[in-house]
Design a protein around this ligand. Structure first.
Ligand SMILES: [Ca+2]
Length: 310
């Protein structure tokens, strides 16, 4: 008992490094992963067992000794580490990138003003009964001022993707100009979706009619800028796929690859196959960042070169 406890403490006290302090070579990574594969089923230490993502955290923090971070550089120095649980369908936020020629062009705040829907009275945390950072607005004990508009959680994909965004927002890959454009078309609004008819009524009240509503022509992301932002972290990736037992106390590595040569065209094409989404995260005058989100299992499709790690 004492020994087991001592071991956990040792794990927690191991000084974990940040990505800027490490640079694992390809051979070092290969060796570490081959070692994991040879062990077959690996029992997780007590502090990781039974937790969502426990095996992923174990690999990153306890095996590679890199602490969880939000640094712009790859976790392992040159290679970004991604651990993927088999059959998982998680959607991962890769990066926040604002539309427009420059970052933070201030396109989102006017968009919220023009297209926003009334924000709910309480933020996610509080609606789950937890404490939050918001000052509370009386009456009604709201987290946000009365009348606050929001586009939080509005996500969009390519124009042919089904189901489309019910509010009529979509993206288009303009291959000639090499940019992702964001568009709005009132004919694409799905009135039967929940909350949509109330929203349309509010828009009509605000603008008189929705027929001529459109977006600023600066609503686009040049491929080059998206690439520049992504490759800081994702130019090269180590991909470790694992299986876990039912109670998440053990895992085994089933597959591992190096992926290299990130391909921006493949990445942006994923908008048209509903593998990639762009999600707005803004309300009132606050913009929490326009997020590029991808289903984790599709990450490897964005690279031109792969090497199996045995
Ligand atoms: Ca990572």
């Amino acid at each position: 008992m004492f020994n087991a406890y001592g071991q956990v403490i040792a794990h927690n006290n191991m000084r974990k490094k940040s990505p800027s302090e490490v640079n694992f070579s390809k051979d070092e990574i290969k060796e570490i992963i081959s070692g994991l594969k040879k062990q077959d089923w690996i029992t997780l230490p007590k502090n990781r067992a039974g937790r969502d993502g426990g095996a992923g955290n174990y690999i990153e923090e306890d095996v590679f000794g890199v602490k969880e971070n939000n640094e712009e550089r790859p976790d392992l120095g040159t290679y970004e580490l991604k651990t993927h649980r088999e059959h998982s369908d998680s959607l991962n936020t890769l990066k926040s990138i604002e539309p427009g020629i420059r970052d933070r062009m201030g396109l989102i705040t006017p968009l919220v003003k023009n297209f926003g829907f009334p924000y709910g009275p309480q933020c996610n945390k509080r609606s789950k009964g937890k404490e939050c950072m918001h000052k509370h607005y009386n009456p009604n004990d709201r987290c946000y001022p009365d009348g606050e508009l929001s586009l939080n959680g509005v996500d969009m994909c390519g124009e042919c993707v089904s189901p489309p965004n019910p509010r009529g927002f979509y993206t288009r890959n303009n291959k000639k100009e090499k940019r992702i454009e964001m568009h709005f078309d009132s004919d694409r609004i799905k009135m039967e979706s929940s909350g949509i008819s109330e929203w349309v009524e509010a828009l009509i009240e605000r603008h008189g009619s929705i027929d001529k509503l459109g977006l600023d022509s600066n609503f686009y992301w040049p491929y080059e800028r998206v690439k520049e932002r992504l490759i800081k972290k994702l130019a090269k990736m180590v991909w470790i796929k694992y299986q876990e037992n039912e109670d998440k106390t053990k895992f085994k590595v089933t597959d591992a690859y190096f992926y290299e040569d990130f391909d921006i065209e493949k990445f942006v094409n994923a908008l048209d196959t509903s593998e990639l989404f762009i999600e707005l995260r803004a309300h009132g005058t606050r913009n929490h960042g326009t997020a590029f989100r991808m289903f984790e299992k599709y990450f490897p499709n964005c690279y031109n070169t792969s090497y199996l790690i045995n």
